[in-house]
Design a protein. Structure first.
Length: 61
């Protein structure tokens, strides 16, 4: 799971998903990526999802 700022451009998100798909194709394996948009947060802000997920820090390229 990758939390990213809610203001992340669509092209960046689609690029992340395409990169993960390419990794799977090259390695002949099934891969997945979970991108979680976090509105109102910026890179480096802490996010608390609660429950099993707990806190994490936003990462973006």
């Amino acid at each position: 799971m990758i939390p990213i700022p809610g203001s992340t451009p669509v092209a960046t998100i689609s690029g992340m998903i395409a990169d993960e798909a390419a990794i799977g194709m090259i390695n002949n394996k099934t891969t997945a990526v979970r991108v979680i948009l976090v509105p109102g947060k910026d890179v480096g802000d802490e996010v608390d999802f609660g429950g099993l997920l707990g806190p994490c820090t936003d990462y973006a390229s």
